[in-house]
Design a protein around this ligand. Structure first.
Ligand SMILES: NC(=O)c1ccc[n+]([C@@H]2O[C@H](COP(=O)([O-])OP(=O)(O)OC[C@H]3O[C@@H](n4cnc5c(N)ncnc54)[C@H](O)[C@@H]3O)[C@@H](O)[C@H]2O)c1
Length: 372
């Protein structure tokens, strides 16, 4: 199979769909890999790295799209890229179609077969191609929060780990899923005094069993949250209610009770945010102040560490990518129901129910698409 990896063109996107290591593995499986010149530069990979791995460097995205059997990307195809997709071509990338009718119509019109990273599943009910980005955002959250807490950035001037004789920062993590657990681990590793709140008792039991000595946990009620937030130097928002906007767990009125210069890091901002005063910010201008409390609310946090994010995403996508290339999409999806769950669009038809429901478009079952 000819696998094509174009340079990402969405603003502020520095990741790339395939690392040189992924290219090397695909080549070892007998496939041809074509990479657009400069595609890996934002993540620290040169054209030479890809050539050494056995890939071919191509000048333009148009040539990559025109010749590849499968396109591997990070972000949803932009309008110009969608025009270059064609019938029979496989697209493997993040799509997030439900809130994006224009993209959905273009993908349907192209006739391509689109497999979305975000809906591929695993045996434990997880989303294996989404969780690496949650791991990155979670681990980045205390790092950005610590920076926000610095005096020059408007923060309280508190050091995460304290020093001998001075207490460490108090960090509260609301939501103990993938983001929250990774945030808590790093904050505790920096020496902070960390408490994780969650609404799921099985999750709290897991956190207690595995991380009991490292950070505390508490059941998430409005009262417990209010008490902990009042006393916190940093609050990290990491809740998720699948398919719904994030619940607002800290109100504007509560900011008045907090310590001046405390930091709110709202990782859940991509779902609307879990603090009432959160609004999405960018890496170029990441923080702002409301009622004396500093807010960090960057919606695409993994972009700040594009190299780590590319490698983490590449590790997760590689087995699926190789299966798609080795077997062809039909056989690969037939053999792996989790990959089949990733199928969103095939030959002008939508194959993912939640997207069809959100956009009012008819859907055929993915297993029917396998036969068409
Ligand atoms: N900003 C970014 O760049 C970025 C990157 C990755 C993920 N995210 C977002 O981070 C959020 C968390 O993602 P995740 O992968 O950790 O999800 P997850 O499903 O693994 O964890 C969410 C947790 O929130 C808990 N929860 C739900 N309601 C709660 C409440 N009222 N109080 C306390 N806990 C509650 C759940 O029990 C669950 O354990 C999502 O909104 C996700 O989209 C943002």
């Amino acid at each position: 199979m000819k696998i094509g990896c174009p340079k990402e063109i969405k603003p502020q996107e520095f990741r790339v769909g395939m690392t040189p290591d992924a290219a090397r593995e695909a080549v070892a499986h007998g496939h041809a890999v074509i990479v657009q010149t400069g595609a890996g530069v934002g993540a620290g990979f040169t054209d030479e790295d890809y050539v050494t791995a056995g890939a071919e460097i191509i000048d333009t995205a148009a040539e990559v799209f025109a010749t590849a059997d499968m396109i591997v990307k990070v972000k949803e195809p932009q309008a110009a890229e969608r025009k270059m997709l064609r019938e029979g071509q496989v697209l493997f990338t993040y799509l997030h179609l439900a809130p994006d009718p224009e993209q959905t119509q273009d993908l349907l019109a192209s006739g391509c077969t689109a497999i979305a990273y975000e809906t591929v599943t695993d045996d434990r009910g997880g989303l294996p191609l989404l969780s690496p980005m949650s791991e990155v955002a979670g681990r980045l959250a205390p790092q950005m929060g610590a920076w926000t807490l610095q005096k020059a950035n408007g923060g309280r001037g508190v050091l995460m780990g304290g020093v001998p004789g001075v207490a460490p920062a108090k960090v509260v993590v609301v939501g103990g899923g993938v983001v929250g657990t990774h945030a808590a681990k790093i904050a505790a590793g920096m020496g902070a005094d960390v408490t994780v709140l969650d609404r799921s008792l099985p999750r709290l039991k897991y956190l207690d069993d595995v991380f009991g000595g490292m950070f505390k946990n508490q059941y998430s009620t409005a009262g417990a949250t209010a008490d902990l937030v009042r006393d916190a130097d940093m609050v990290i928002g990491a809740v998720l209610i699948p398919g719904a906007a994030a619940p607002k767990l800290v109100t504007r009125a509560q900011l008045a009770d907090m310590k001046p210069g405390a930091a709110l890091v709202d990782v859940a901002i991509d779902q609307g945010g879990c603090f009432e005063t959160s609004r999405a910010t960018t890496h170029a201008d990441p923080i702002y102040e409301v009622d004396g409390i500093m807010h960090y609310c960057v919606a695409n946090m993994p972009g700040a560490v594009a190299r780590t994010s590319t490698q983490a995403l590449g590790n997760a996508t590689l087995p699926f990518l190789l299966n798609l290339a080795d077997k062809g999409w039909r056989q690969a999806c037939e053999d792996d129901p989790h990959l089949l769950n990733g199928l969103n669009v095939h030959a002008g038809q939508l194959t993912y129910y939640a997207v069809g429901k959100a956009l009012g478009i008819d859907v055929i079952s993915p297993s029917l698409a396998l036969k068409s």
